[in-house]
Ligand binder design. Structure first.
Ligand code: UDP
Length: 382
């Protein structure tokens, strides 16, 4: 059956979780799709390298913050209108429009009024009051209810929050993210090379892989590190992607204040996450708010790395406590330090849980199953 033609829309060209999911979908559709980005960034070249057509649709990023009120959001209407026009124009050549982020939902919904093309929403966010202002939640949910043919949620937690915020339950379907198993094969040679390059050979290495943002909770790991033995070191991998540079400065202060300059290393944004993860002894994830379905958790499981993460949101669906990884309360550095210490002391127990995690994740989060699932959903709409 011929692939349908899809116009994917995303508010950013930066590389965060939602954009990596989009990357995997767009390369499945290849020349049959166009990715419209509201802002340029490294995602554009990554897509082009895979033969995916890309257009940057706006001159400047849209200034609507997650926590801003609807009124503040409306202030950026001057930027919004040309974007909507552009999307209406482009969508003439496509069978459906696929909105991958919240700002893309706003633009694509209004555009669909004029273009009459079916709209699919991929919801990567938990629409709860912890994450979003009431006005923005209402806006997104009303637009979805009115204009979307389908909402694809990345986890049950994401789906439930959408419904709790007033979303129409009959629109939502949960599809977990998929991952290419070939990318997550740990090579001993890479591991040794990286550990040597980072001077970590005789250390117990705890990895943290997230953009730097207060709600990702890197500060919790730094507090925990202050309670860990000296041979435990932490790698903070990721950059402040969405204007959270103050947090980065704050983290560096915290490290200096705790005297951890030799034990906490900031590696910035990296393209070699699987290799770096495999060089770690343990992966931690310390978000202080519920995660929708963090990709990092699954990546760590696929690599057979012991994983300590926090309870709540989609994490409870991805990780089975004590069976495939460990779930601890959020914002609890003491508990995290105890878990790190436990992992240092019981490497065999840690490895057997990690291996079970690898088997479970390999079964559940396969890239080609994910691509096929989405394709089936879209075929039914079109
Ligand atoms: N990532 C990356 N380089 C980095 C840090 C993170 O490529 O330096 C990737 C990471 O491997 C994961 C994604 O960024 O695939 C983050 O996705 P996640 O769902 O965990 O978080 P989000 O950014 O969507 O909140």
């Amino acid at each position: 059956m011929a692939l349908m033609k899809i116009l994917f829309l995303d508010q950013t060209g930066k590389i965060a979780g939602a954009e990596l999911v989009l990357f995997d979908l767009a390369r499945f559709y290849g020349q049959n799709c166009l990715v419209g980005l509201f802002e340029d960034g490294p995602l554009r070249q990554r897509l082009i390298d895979q033969g995916v057509p890309v257009k940057v649709l706006a001159q400047q990023p849209l200034q609507v913050r997650k926590t801003a009120s609807l009124l503040q959001g409306m202030a950026s209407l001057g930027q919004l209108l040309p974007l909507i026009q552009r999307v209406v124009q482009l969508s003439r050549d496509y069978d459906l429009v696929y909105a991958n982020t919240l700002k893309a939902i706003v633009v694509a919904s209004i555009a669909s009024l004029f273009s009459r093309k079916p709209l699919v929403i991929h919801l990567h966010d938990i629409l709860s009051d912890q994450h979003f202002s009431p006005a923005n939640r209402r806006l997104v949910v009303s637009l979805a209810n009115q204009f979307a043919s389908q909402v694809i949620a990345v986890s049950e937690a994401t789906s439930k929050a959408f419904i709790a915020a007033g979303g129409n339950p009959s629109l939502v379907q949960v599809v977990y993210n998929g991952f290419d198993p070939a990318v997550y094969q740990a090579e001993d040679a890479d591991r040794e090379r990286l550990r040597k390059a980072l001077v970590l050979e005789d250390r117990f290495v705890v990895g943290h892989f997230s953009r730097l943002s207060p709600w990702k909770g890197q500060h919790v790991l730094i507090d925990a590190m202050a309670q860990c033995p000296d041979h435990v070191v932490a790698l903070l991998v990721g950059d402040a992607l969405f204007g959270e540079q103050d947090y980065q400065v704050q983290l560096r202060w915290q490290v200096a204040e705790c005297g951890l300059q030799d034990r906490v290393h900031f590696l910035g944004f990296r393209d070699d996450v699987p290799q770096l993860m495999s060089a770690c002894d343990l992966v931690t994830h310390t978000s202080i708010l519920p995660e929708p379905a963090s990709r990092v958790l699954v990546e760590s499981l696929l690599l057979g790395k012991p994983l300590v993460t926090v309870q709540g949101g989609g994490s409870d669906e991805l990780v089975l406590h004590g069976e495939t990884g460990w779930l601890i309360p959020s914002s609890d550095p003491q508990r995290l330090a105890e878990m790190i210490q436990y992992c240092v002391e019981t490497p065999d127990q840690m490895q057997s849980v990690a291996q079970q995690g690898k088997r479970d994740a390999t079964d559940r989060f396969n890239l080609s199953n994910f691509q096929q699932n989405i394709q089936q959903i879209l075929q039914q709409i079109y």
